[in-house]
Design a protein around this ligand. Structure first.
Ligand code: 9YW
Length: 438
């Protein structure tokens, strides 16, 4: 670990401490005062470098929100005000599948949790002693919960012939206003619903960095559609205006199921481990099958319109997350590092932009339409290393750390000017800094 990383690590750990609310970490100090699902997974990885027990608490707290179906919800709410839509808009309370003692939203987010369990487990093993013991106890306690999450994804969201995990809301992708969803969102017909006031735009200096009001109307309308069927998955497939096979989500499910299978083997849960391996293989094959014949990049599939969604975004590199045939993997890696992506001459930092700078949809400072998100960068570096491309991972990680040297731990960064954007002191950005430093 280079010395120069040490002050950054201290600062990153301070961000997590400031955002710590006991057993959960707010995703961002003001903008996101609750626990978000995939944020919690990355944040737990960050905590793992500071305190393994605290990392495990983060994941345990998230699991308090798990539905009886197995779904891990996108948000586990706290009583802190300042975020919209809150529990009264989601109206999940009282549903038979929803926990009675915590309030949650009604959708999910990418399945990076078992990856977090794996990474924290590696850290705990390196630490040894009490950390290793705490981790083993945690794994034995929670294995079933992670298993049920993947089974739910496979059953309730993986039944389309494409094998892709389907999502019913852009928020489920974690990449809300990505151009990946433009065509599918354009088909959403917003109906009558109660008026609302956005909170997010009160917390950012420039609304141009956030999704548009028209996006929010669709997001809220899709919530109404889900409420109308009591969040029942089979019924949701029939009524929802947005039904999309998300290739990036599918890749996270494949990767996480694969590492959870290995952990299952260690626990002696052979049958469940085999089930997970089967799911991982199917999901990986589904991702591979989406490859655009011209570019080789992965594509999402609109299950409503029954057509491929073409957008030059980071989603195109989904196979790098879950693994692919060696030649395919190598080609995608060199493409990611090459002049159209990380090496694009317009970029301030040689890091993956969320949308290609050559795409007509690219906006360098608007959320998922161009900016670089450190946590996504970290995920790619971890996956590249895991799949045997350590040099590429090192190159990108070095640039990722340089970007964070501004010490703002911003939510995302303008891809062209390099300016920090969105929330400052974002928890998962601090977590990425910590994870890179180990
Ligand atoms: C929202 C918390 C979340 C992330 C999402 C990101 C954004 C906005 O913030 O969502 O209101 O949920 O798009 O990926 O989990 O950091």
């Amino acid at each position: 670990m280079p010395d120069v990383a040490i002050p950054l690590m201290y600062a990153a750990a301070d961000v997590l401490r400031a955002n710590d609310r006991g057993e959960r970490t707010v995703a961002a100090p003001r903008l996101y005062p609750h626990q978000w699902s995939w944020d919690a997974a990355f944040v737990a990885i960050g905590w793992g470098t500071v305190s393994v027990p605290r990392a495990l608490d983060e994941l345990r707290h998230l699991l308090r929100g798990q539905w009886a179906t197995g779904m891990i919800p996108q948000i586990v709410f706290s009583a802190e005000p300042g975020y919209f839509p809150g529990p009264d808009r989601w109206r999940t309370q009282g549903l038979p599948t929803v926990p009675t003692d915590v309030q949650t939203s009604g959708i999910c987010q990418p399945a990076v949790h078992s990856l977090a369990v794996w990474v924290i487990g590696e850290q705990a093993r390196r630490n040894g002693g009490a950390d290793a013991e705490a981790f083993e106890a945690f794994l034995a306690d929670t294995f079933e919960a992670w298993f049920r999450w993947h089974v739910w994804l496979d059953d309730a969201r993986g039944s389309h012939p494409s094998g892709l995990i389907e999502i019913h809301h852009p928020w489920e992708s974690g990449m809300d206003n990505s151009p990946r969803w433009d065509a599918a969102c354009a088909r959403v017909r917003v109906g009558q619903m109660a008026p609302y006031v956005r909170e997010d735009t009160k917390h950012v200096a420039d609304v141009e960095q956030r999704p548009a009001d028209a996006d929010y109307d669709r997001y809220l309308w899709l919530v109404e559609q889900l409420v109308s069927v009591g969040y029942e998955d089979a019924a949701a497939r029939e009524v929802i205006d947005f039904r999309v096979g998300d290739v990036f989500f599918t890749a996270t499910h494949a990767l996480s199921a694969a590492v959870l299978a290995t952990l299952g083997d260690r626990l002696g849960r052979t049958a469940q481990a085999n089930t997970l391996r089967g799911m991982a293989a199917r999901a990986r094959a589904a991702v591979a099958a989406t490859a655009d014949p011209e570019t080789g990049h992965a594509r999402d599939f609109d299950m409503r319109a029954e057509e491929w969604l073409r957008a030059d975004t980071i989603g195109g590199f989904a196979a790098l997350i879950c693994g692919a045939e060696p030649d395919v993997y190598a080609a995608l890696t060199s493409d990611l590092l090459g002049p159209d992506w990380c090496g694009h001459p317009r970029l301030a930092n040689p890091l993956p932009p969320t949308t290609s700078p050559d795409s007509p949809a690219f906006v360098s400072r608007n959320y998922w339409r161009g900016p670089q998100w450190p946590v996504i960068t970290w995920l790619f570096t971890w996956a590249l290393r895991h799949h045997g491309h350590a040099e590429a991972a090192k190159t990108i990680a070095a640039a990722g750390r340089d970007q964070l040297a501004d010490g703002t731990f911003s939510e995302y960064y303008d891809a062209v000017t390099g300016a920090p954007l969105g929330s400052r002191n974002q928890s998962w950005t601090a977590a990425a800094a910590l994870a890179w430093a180990t």
